[in-house]
Ligand binder design. Sequence first.
Ligand code: FO1
Length: 328
Amino acid sequence: MPEMLEGKKIVVLAGGVGGSRLVRGMSHHLEGHQLTVIVNTGDDFTHCGLHISPDIDTVLYHLAGLAHVERGWGIHNDTFHCMDALKWLGGETWFNIGDRDLATHLLRTQLLQRGHTLTEVTAYMARNLGILHAVLPMSDDACRTMLDTDEGILEFQNYFVRQHWQPAIRRIFWQGAESARPTTAVMQALRSADLLVIAPSNPFVSVAPILQLPGVKEAVSALPVIAMSPIIGGMAVKGPAAKMFRELLGKPASVEAVVDFYDGLLDGLVMDEVDADLLPALQTKVKHVSAMPTLMLTAEKQVEAAGQFLHFAQSLLPDLVDESVREA
Ligand code: FO1
């Protein structure tokens, strides 16, 4: 573990696969109490009567060492017998739930129906999976990501999985945003953090849902913030992020577009080594920029990339703390 980060508290804003890969790597370098993950729940939905929280599960499975590493979602070596039976019976099969994964959705639904909050249920599961870090849903209130597309208004999973993120998007909004609040645990974690990390997750549908909750952006702005770019060589590692830059902002995806999206929030930026030629241009927008390998397609790469990221954070933290003291 980098010595400087000893005793420091790091809070990561994360969505599904990209965030989980970084967080899993970080978990190798940090003590349990040092790392807290605030997870997007805009992707949550009810399917076959079950409450499904895909991003929370992806984070839990990665931290527990259960994740299907290449695919990014679900559990490795899972089987799909229940899905086969659903197919015979004429049920809905567009969303693939593995047999072991099904247990997560059954238990979560049961505990929520008994009156527990999503935060309590997630903590219970994390504890039983042996996870030492706090995994916090961004909210206990429903706040669902909705996409206004050329195929009409679609719930996130309908757009993402059922329609393979093909419809063109005109607008994103969150159903329930008027009354959704961040949890007390989320606000406490932000208030006691030494460093805020924005994971290489989709800015539009993984990070923005967290930042739009009342009070979150203000709390984040008070912290040193370092992001890892989800865009590498103009492309998203997985999913529709690049397409969203084009459709919603009318510009190609790039590291610069990511920086602009976060609109002055970033004190530090880590991008992939393939984008190293952008360093001088980006340094006019973000004070501290570094290029390093950020593709985390194997467990080993996750540990390596997270280690380099934390070294970069360690080298910046004294500067960033001084700057925020001067600005206060
Ligand atoms: N993603 C897919 O592309 N296809 C699936 O069938 C699918 C099933 C699934 C089941 C459980 C779960 O927790 C996640 C699942 N995902 C699937 C991933 C997920 O829907 C998205 O990756 C995230 O919501 C985006 O972060």
